[in-house]
Design a protein around this ligand. Sequence first.
Ligand code: PLP
Length: 299
Amino acid sequence: MEQMALHVLAILNQPSADAPPHTPGAAPFAFADAAEPHLSVMDLGVTRGDGIFESISVGHGHAQALEHHLRRFASSAAKLDLPAPDLDAWREAILAAIVELEPGAESWVKTVLTRGVEGDGRPTGWVYAAHTSDFSQARTTGVRVVTLDRGYRHDVEQTSPWLLAGAKTLSYAVNRSVLREAHRRDADDVIFVSSDGFVLEGPTSSVVFRRGDRLLTPGTGLGILDGTTQANVFRYAESLGFTTGFELVTPDQLRSADAAWLVSSVRLAAPVRALDGAPFPVDAALTAGINEYLLALTD
Ligand code: PLP
């Protein structure tokens, strides 16, 4: 590529070492014009939402929590019985796409792996990089959140692994639908609650809350994503002297927290400023500290 680009697409030739390449002997990935169509209308990622993805923050040219994202990508693939992604090829494509992108303070990279065209046996994979939208308002003013029933028990991952709870699949129509429901309720975002009454995660974020000098999140194995941002927020909080940990809470228990955030790659930490229509306390100083820390991460 000769010119720095506003968005970059790299298509993997062999997304998984366990499946045949698209072009034998070709380089691990090739850049392509992101504005042009490339996907088959028969790709199972499109026709069935059968695939996985990751969204990775890029701050000042550095992919953040890259190894954690790659581990989660591989773990999602295993949950869907997809051929294991060749993480070296994906890492190389991600880093190369970032280099091609016109420098900007904040960008993001999306990796997508689908089962490919039905019967073909070759998964489809690509890396897309672009600049980030302006999330400054969500990061400072915060978000109004409603709790919505997800319809699964908090132990769904153990009882019914075929439901793929805890995998980052391409089937995000529900994650978008709940945002429309939030808007109908005059809110901006959602916290999912299990059918047996426990706080889980947002549709695109992890939930973190503060009680005094403890920073908490609901935990692992609850059919929710192992959040890369939550892990970094805990690292930052520990450096300030907070203790961090897991706590399974009901929405009523969450309401008595000193502060809460929806945290995710790209948008970073958005303080909850209203919960189910009632004002919620915002810890502006800690929020600013968390976002500064996340923006400055170099790995
Ligand atoms: N939970 C869900 C359902 C998500 O979609 C996301 C991110 O998109 C997260 C949690 C937060 O994960 P991360 O902090 O790794 O971006």
